[in-house]
Design a protein around this ligand. Structure first.
Ligand code: PMP
Length: 427
């Protein structure tokens, strides 16, 4: 059995039918922008490997940091012990993250950081004497991960809530924020989404611990960019009703949107933030949940006072070292200029897609470029064209999109946008 045959017969891939797996490339190595396949074909990774590989593959500073750490302390439990990589990363995060968020909980993946955030919110409410507040409100078309509690606040249709009915906790959904980032804000609560949000939050305030959403960019739920004023006003509403505000910045963190964090588009800050994906520049799985003093001391002052979470690989030193190296790389360069250059070029080169039949919308925010079609686009068909285009793109739903690594130069970016236009024409 060849390697690929074994893979197809025995290995489950994300969101696939294991008995009828889709086409799959065998990647032998990767460097910078390029994936090298078993037959020598080189493809630009226009997805930054599901949005995390922002400095490109095998970045020398990040791999060096992992090597150095491997020789010193690959892992140690975090209960009762600590280490320099965790502390140094903590210092760095405090330097760059929204200023209210001073308490850090390290964990393994984005979904887990969402679980942690939701548990923090429930424990906080409990400590404040609101034992009935264990549910959550969220917006439609959101995505927060595939573990149970995270899944319960994903969009009920795309998250297939009907399939898991009875297993998912009851949550409260409001429509997605209707004013896009490019539209003029309206203070009319019937048109800006806040009227609907107020009525849902008010009706169940005694049951709701937190309002969780992806700030400004809804990723998996449709690559939709909405107006940050929604978040400013949602903050006020949450304060009025004693509900915590949770931002899931797993996809938006670390410069992807053109701001270091999507929170930076706002004049307010959340109580809890989830970070992951780009945290280690995509070199190793890692995430964290950060909160403010109010929530941290609230949880600490309740009964039992301790926060009930502690994964085996919490604060893994290899991951902390990779993350510190990645964040140093990011902040040590003109990331804002780089992302703006990528955005400008994508805006110019994707614009012709507007004239194609079946294209519904073309939009760019930071280093995220999207062609939205009128119909669903097949990832498998895009896959089949990848070797010819020299670009790996994996559309989902109606969206042909890219999130190129920040190291993508003008020529490679033109190759990516040409690939997207071709998919929009042919699929
Ligand atoms: N939240 C958001 C906004 C995400 O985009 C993702 C991953 N696509 C997650 C949570 C889940 O992260 P992970 O896949 O690392 O569990």
């Amino acid at each position: 059995m060849t390697q690929l045959e074994f893979d197809q017969k025995h290995l489950w891939h994300p969101y696939t039918n294991v008995t009828q797996p889709g086409p799959t490339f065998l990647v032998k190595e990767a460097e910078g922008l390029y994936l090298t396949l078993d037959d020598g074909t080189r493809l630009i990774d226009a997805m930054s490997s599901w949005w995390c590989m922002m400095h490109g593959h095998r970045n020398p500073s990040i791999t060096q940091a992992i090597h150095d750490q491997l020789d010193r302390l690959p892992h140690v439990m975090f209960g009762g012990l600590t280490h320099d990589p965790a502390i140094d990363l903590g210092r760095k995060l405090l330097e760059i993250a929204p200023s209210d968020l001073t308490r850090i909980f390290y964990c393994d993946s984005g979904s887990v950081s969402v679980e942690v955030a939701m548990k923090m919110a429930v424990q906080y409410q409990h400590a404040m004497g609101f034992e009935g507040r264990s549910q959550f409100a969220t917006v439609r078309s959101g995505y927060h991960g595939d573990t149970w509690k995270a899944m319960s606040v994903c969009d009920p249709d795309t998250g297939m809530h009907h399939l898991f009915q009875g297993a998912l906790s009851v949550q409260h959904f409001v429509s997605r924020p209707p004013v896009t980032i490019d539209q003029e804000w309206t203070d009319d609560p019937a048109r800006n989404g806040l009227g609907g949000l107020r009525s849902v939050l008010e009706a169940s305030a005694d049951k709701i611990a937190g309002f969780i959403l992806e700030p400004v960019v809804q990723g998996t739920g449709g690559m939709y960019f909405y107006h940050p004023e929604y978040l400013n006003q949602a903050r006020a509403l949450c304060d009025e009703l004693g509900i915590l505000l949770i931002f899931d910045e797993i996809a938006t963190g670390f410069g992807r949107t053109g701001e270091l964090f999507a929170t930076d588009f706002c004049t307010v800050q959340p109580d809890i933030i989830c970070l992951g994906k780009g945290l280690t520049g995509g070199h190793i799985s890692f995430a964290c949940t950060m909160t403010n003093d109010r929530v941290a001391t609230g949880v600490g002052g309740g009964n039992p006072g301790i926060f009930m979470h502690g994964p085996t690989y919490m604060a893994n030193p290899l991951a902390c070292a990779a993350a510190k190296a990645s964040l140093d790389l990011l902040t040590g360069q003109d990331w804002r200029g780089t992302v703006a250059r990528i955005a400008d070029q994508m805006r110019a080169e994707l614009a012709p897609a507007r004239d194609l039949p079946n294209v519904r919308d073309v939009r760019v925010l930071g280093a995220i470029g999207v062609i939205e079609m009128n119909h669903r686009v097949s990832a498998d068909q895009a896959h089949a064209l990848a070797p010819e285009m020299g670009v790996f793109l994996r559309p989902f739903g109606r969206n042909i999109y890219c999130m190129p690594p920040f190291i993508t130069g003008p020529d490679a970016l033109s190759q990516i946008t040409a690939g997207m236009l071709r998919l929009a024409q042919e699929l």
